[in-house]
Design a protein around this ligand. Sequence first.
Ligand SMILES: N[C@@H](CCC(=O)N[C@@H](CS)C(=O)NCC(=O)O)C(=O)O
Length: 211
Amino acid sequence: MSEPIVYGDPISTYVRSVRLALAEKGVPHALVAVDLVKGQHKEAAHMARNPWGKMPAFEHAGHCFYEASAIMRYVDEAFSGPALMPSTPAERVRVNQLMSVVDSYGYGASITNIFIPRVLVPMLGGQTDEAQVEAAKPTAVLFLAEVNRLLGGTDYFGGKAVSLADLHLLPVLAYLNATPEGQGMLAATPAIVAWMARMNQRASVKAVMPA
Ligand SMILES: N[C@@H](CCC(=O)N[C@@H](CS)C(=O)NCC(=O)O)C(=O)O
């Protein structure tokens, strides 16, 4: 069967999560670059893959689809390799809940409203909207509190083994940790910092998220 294709920019958190899942399964893939900063995700070629103008899009065995968490679940089910979902309903609900929390609350606060204005906008010559960053802080703090609670003293969100939730979360927290606001918040949650250090040792993370 042909190699899967990921369409997206390697700097994108959601592209990273999908590529981490592929790497954890040991599945080689092709990356077709869609430049986020140049806005290529809004061009016709990519809009045909994802009409919302977001990345990633994914292609495998004649199927083309999008939405990172759906792609990650497909990768886990379609390929052999270590299971990235735990075996019990109680463990699985924790993984699913965390992935949903990332999508519904964590990404917006951490990336859209803190990392992008604080790091990306100045990098591209613009000015940080301080009010935007300030307004996002309470949601980011709550996000980390919930991440901390869901981790709950276990090694990974699914229990003893790495799961889709770990791979969905890490790229978001890595960017949050690249901001002074995020570093301050993470300092209050040492269990998450220890989890990040554990994750950063993984070969998949070293390959997909070079320091
Ligand atoms: N719900 C989508 C979200 C994807 C998403 O927001 N990707 C970001 C990059 S990390 C993006 O495409 N941003 C470009 C934009 O919003 O214009 C998914 O899970 O795949």
